[in-house]
Design a protein around this ligand. Structure first.
Ligand code: S6P
Ligand code: ZN
Length: 169
């Protein structure tokens, strides 16, 4: 393939031109939250713009602000099927990257503009928006990493007295 460039809109998180776009609403990830579905609501939790290549994939996620019960909006989260690492580059908003090994080890790191988080292979990862604005970040990962969504996270991020608190793990 030839070199190319894409444009990241640092305000909206759009990555164009992209090769795929994913939208996840509450009903696509109800089991991720402890609280049951809110009555009549199926809010948009996040959108992902993906630029696939045959080597590295580039993807931006726009994770909206909000809570389900007392848990902040978060991505579904997964572990890569292959021994593939991943980089998170914070673009806008504030939040956390929660990482967890299936042996139960938990680490979490702040994510905001200018923060870069490195996730080694075998660590499950998810992002959590603890702010009032959309959390926008760019991920770079091997195109054939594969995504296993059957992971369970023992740590959760809740809003307590108006502030984020990581529980469990
Ligand atoms: C892909 C990378 C991200 C996520 C995105 C949505 O390896 O980790 O681009 O796909 O943040 O999260 P999820 O857990 O729904 O794929
Ligand atoms: Zn990943």
């Amino acid at each position: 393939m030839n070199p190319f460039s894409v444009t990241l809109n640092t305000e909206t998180g759009e990555l164009l031109p992209s090769t795929a776009k994913v939208e996840r609403r509450l009903k696509d990830m109800e089991s991720s939250y402890q609280a049951k579905e809110e009555e009549g609501g199926n809010p948009l939790i996040y959108e992902v713009y993906i630029r696939e290549t045959s080597h590295l994939s580039l993807a931006t996620t726009i994770l909206y602000p909000g809570t389900i019960g007392n848990e902040y909006y978060m991505t579904k989260g997964h572990v890569h099927i292959k021994e593939a690492p991943e980089v998170y580059i914070g673009v806008a908003g504030t939040g956390l990257v929660l990482t967890e090994k299936q042996s139960g080890e938990v680490e979490y790191m702040e994510l905001k503009k200018g923060e870069i988080v490195y996730v080694p292979p075998s660590w499950a990862h998810r992002a959590v928006n603890t702010g009032e604005e959309p959390l926008v970040f760019l991920n770079v990962y091997p195109h054939d990493a594969g995504h296993d969504y059957r992971v369970t996270f023992s740590a959760t991020v809740v809003k307590e007295h108006g502030k984020p608190k990581v529980k469990g793990g």
